[in-house]
Design a protein around this ligand. Structure first.
Ligand code: HBI
Ligand code: FE
Length: 300
């Protein structure tokens, strides 16, 4: 008998984890045996759809890691078994949590090579889009690239930088770096643009939009520029940033952000749909998708 959805209209899938006992670091037992056949089937359907869409769209490093971690197996992964495969490769583990954890806790996990993954799977009525990270977004979207040594180093460096950013009150700028790379980043491969951001990889519709729709801007990644750029959280991105390689991303980011925060303090924010003079523009978006939506919503 699963608990009735509570007043916050949390799904039954999520409320059982919200009520579960949690440790001081906000982790809890995944209780893999508690997943129903319907929940495992939902994972399989999400996985099958993503695999179809991501052929020729996801970066090679991601597709290779899906095999290495045997994420092609059916059903919601047992995070202990997944961690046993991942840890020997790059030292990373995947730890179950009930929902978003406080920033300082999140950064501490990343700094110690522990990726916090939502243990719940999205309910049937949110198959196409949900705001908060469920196990499909976190494990299918974020975890595979943690098997890539360079990316694994970048993610740990981000965790260490996050703790410092909190002390300096600079979280907003640093969160933008995470948003436009780890969540919504694109990669320039020899065969064209490819996806590496988890927010795109875990969304079949955005996987197509991000690479092929003429609406969004696609701009060469530049650290300070990205850290000045606002973003939207409830729709497709208006701009995507393109890195040349994970090595270059790590090299750009592996520095003392102190001086960067100082120069950012005096710089104006850049709106998500803006292109600025210093941009290396790969594709200047028409923004049609966004203006049409605004026009449509203005009608009624
Ligand atoms: N908690 N579980 C979880 N997953 C996240 O991705 C996450 C989080 N807490 C905070 C957070 N992300 C972002 O605000 C970071 O940029 C700090
Ligand atoms: Fe995410």
């Amino acid at each position: 008998m699963t608990a009735p959805a509570n007043a916050l209209n949390e799904s039954a899938e999520k409320s059982r984890y919200l009520r579960a006992p949690r440790r001081p670091d906000f982790t809890l037992d995944q209780d893999w045996a508690s997943y129903s056949a319907a929940e495992h089937d939902r994972w399989d359907r999400l996985f099958a759809r993503a695999q179809t869409v991501l052929k020729g769209r996801a970066c090679d490093e991601f597709l290779a890691a899906l095999n290495t971690l045997q994420l092609s197996e059916a059903g919601i992964p047992d995070l202990e078994k997944l961690s046993a495969k991942l840890q020997p490769l790059t030292g990373w583990q995947v730890v179950p949590v009930a929902e978003l954890v406080p920033d300082d806790v999140f950064f501490d996990h990343l700094a110690h090579r522990r990726f916090p993954a939502g243990a719940f799977i999205r309910p049937e009525h949110e198959m196409d889009y949900l705001q908060e990270p469920d196990i499909f977004h976190d494990v299918f979207g974020h975890v595979p690239l943690l098997a890539n040594p360079v990316y694994a180093d970048f993610m740990q460096a981000y965790g260490q930088g996050g703790a410092r950013a909190l002390q300096l009150g600079q979280l907003k700028n640093l969160a933008r770096l995470y948003w436009y790379t780890v969540e919504f980043g694109l990669l320039q491969s020899a065969d064209g643009l490819r996806i590496f951001g988890a927010g795109i990889l875990s969304s079949a519709t955005e996987s197509v939009f991000a690479l092929e729709n003429p609406s969004p801007n696609r701009i060469g990644f530049e650290l300070e520029r990205v850290m000045r750029t606002n973003y939207i959280i409830d729709d497709f991105q208006q701009s995507y940033f393109v890195i040349d390689s994970f090595e270059k991303l790590l090299e750009d980011s592996y520095r003392d952000f102190g001086p960067l925060y100082t120069s950012l303090a005096g710089a104006a924010d850049i709106e998500a749909d803006q292109v600025i003079a210093s941009d290396r523009v790969i594709h200047r978006g028409t923004l049609a998708y966004f203006t049409d939506k605004r026009a449509a919503s203005a009608v009624h």
